[in-house]
Design a protein around this ligand. Structure first.
Ligand code: C2O
Length: 547
């Protein structure tokens, strides 16, 4: 195994998009940031220096961080932020994961522009469980605001209203052909006739689930969230923010130019969203195309699913399977039921009405089991947990919602007024955990991409309506369920995940729509050390930023 050393300098950089110049927060002046390429088993040492005027942390999304929770990165959860002028070195080893992950800032909305791909190839000497591709191309989907994203979230927090939607989607930082002033920078994906290109697709958008497709070609899906999948073909994939999907594409069409396109899967009825489409161009490099001068021709545009096409999303997620029989825990020590959803809080007396610009003079909020998660500010949760510092959090996050009702029905919003809190749920080392994640329709039903730090989990079932423990357990797939780190909980429905709590630390679980984490759709698991050094978290690094 190798050790890879990198330096990340977080800094404001001039970036021109959609006809305007911006001062954008980047890593090393690059937007998107640098692609890291490693092999399974390698170690990464990344020194992050903060030359921006905001606090920052970097999260290695999907990296299990076994015993290295101090390197996970969510601010005030596993570390205090790196202050302007400060630095921190993240050290961790990739253990047993192969495929595509990514890294991103985990502080306010900085990840809008501070992100990049993390490519994990097979262990040295091993090969892919599919035909070796001739080429590999990361496809990082993003979301662009003309305004400073930090100002957008600050305004939403001040008013209690929903934040402005984005102005464009991007592929590898470029909005592409269909947007003003963007044509000449449209991202080009080369392919040769008869060759195979492995596309490593990442949804790095802040607040939007996205469909991704390509004209006249089919994808063969071979991986998701750095776990291999049983290959299947499809013409469209859907990724929630945080998710990755590896697909093979064959150069089996007449040499020409074809659009790849991404646009919203907008599952919440009547909620505003950015309805624009980002494109890249799949361009045949082969001689016949050059002869016909196809580089000058207009690319073929693919059809895209309707914005609310939940049937396509369901068909796609049900096709994802592990390649073979896997070891899913069959017995359960912790049987948890968490609601995930939005809410509306009454405007507090002391705020003038203009400060509560949510629907009918309310403020938006979000919760799991009616607890709206609040980050601490004086210690990180991991530090408080390890050192027994009192008063930072409580370990009484509820195993079940305080009130059960018809989660898909039209119920009174007053039933459900989320209560702010910094509450965790304790897990014994090695306990076998099942979590039912149930969407609520308070304010609106919506598909929520729920991400768990520190673990991969099996998605053993998903469905619509209220989860029914009597009926729905018969649908559990304990044979070949997919393994992921982010599950798209269906709109008006539920998903069930299982994992073994074998990684000690404090691990955030949250909706990866950043606006929802801003509103409190998060909780933490507090996982005990096991017996002996190999089941315990390592000591904190000497340069760990303190608050
Ligand atoms: Cu990709 Cu908590 O994040």
């Amino acid at each position: 195994p190798k050790t890879h050393q990198h330096e990340f300098v977080v800094q404001a950089t001039p970036v021109k998009r959609l006809c305007k110049n911006h001062n954008t927060i980047t890593v090393n002046g690059q937007y998107p940031g640098p692609t890291l390429e490693v092999n399974n088993g390698d170690t990464l040492i990344v020194k992050v220096t903060n030359k921006a005027r905001y606090n920052v942390t970097i999260h290695w999304h999907g990296v299990r961080q076994i015993r290295t929770g101090w390197a996970d990165g969510p601010e005030f959860v596993t570390q205090c932020p790196i202050r302007p002028g400060g630095s921190y070195t993240y050290r961790f080893t990739i253990q047993g994961q192969e495929g595509t992950l990514w890294w991103h800032a985990h502080s306010s909305w900085l990840r809008a522009t501070v992100y990049g791909a993390l490519i994990i190839r097979p262990k040295e000497g091993d090969s892919y469980p599919f035909t070796k591709p001739n080429r590999e191309t990361p496809i990082v989907l993003g979301e662009w605001w003309d305004a400073n994203p930090i100002a957008v979230v600050r305004e939403a927090t001040r008013t209690g209203a929903a934040p402005n939607v984005s102005d464009a989607y991007t592929i590898n930082g470029q909005p592409g052909d269909l947007y003003n002033c963007s044509s000449k920078d449209t991202f080009l994906v080369p392919i040769n006739s008869g060759e195979t290109n492995l596309l490593r697709v990442i949804n790095a958008a802040l607040n939007q689930e996205l469909f991704f497709t390509v004209a006249n070609h089919k994808f063969t899906v071979v991986g998701a969230d750095a776990s291999y999948t049983k290959p299947f073909t499809t013409s469209v994939i859907m990724l929630g923010p945080g998710q990755t999907t590896d697909v093979l594409i064959n150069g089996d069409q007449p040499p020409a130019r074809y659009y790849m396109a991404a646009r919203a899967y907008a599952s919440a009825p009547n909620a505003p969203f950015d309805n624009t489409t980002t494109t890249a161009i799949l361009e045949y490099k082969s001689a016949p195309c050059a002869a016909k001068n196809c580089a000058a021709s207009k690319p073929v545009m693919p059809p895209l699913p309707a914005f609310n096409d939940t049937a396509t999303v369901t068909a796609f997620s049900k096709s994802l399977r592990s390649p073979r029989k896997v070891e899913v825990p069959t017995e359960i020590d912790e049987n948890l039921f968490f609601t995930v959803g939005l809410g509306l809080n009454k405007c507090p007396q002391h705020l003038k009405a203009r400060r509560c610009q949510g629907p009918n003079g309310t403020r938006f909020t979000a919760s799991m089991n009616n607890v709206s998660f609040v980050l601490p500010s004086n210690f990180s949760l991991l530090q408080a947990y390890q050192q027994g510092i009192p008063g930072v959090f409580t370990a009484d996050f509820p195993a079940n919602p305080p009130l059960q009702f018809d989660y898909t029905g039209n119920v009174s919003r007053s039933l459900w007024q989320p209560v702010p809190g910094t509450r965790g749920y304790k897990l014994k080392y090695g306990s076998r955990v099942q979590v039912v994640l149930q969407d609520t329709s308070i304010f609106t039903p919506e598909n929520h991409p729920i991400h768990l730090h520190g673990y991969d989990f099996y998605i053993i079932a998903e469905g619509f309506g209220n989860f029914n423990p009597k009926k729905d357990t018969s649908k559990f797939n304990l044979v070949d369920p997919p393994m992921r780190n982010t599950v798209a909980v269906p709109v008006n429905g539920w998903a069930v995940i299982r994992f073994v709590a074998d990684n000690p630390g404090v691990w955030l679980m949250h909706c990866h729509l950043d606006v929802h984490i801003t509103w409190g759709l998060a909780m933490v698991f507090l996982v005990d050390n096991g017996v002996g050094e190999l089941q315990s978290i390592q000591l904190p690094p000497a340069d760990l930023p303190l608050c």
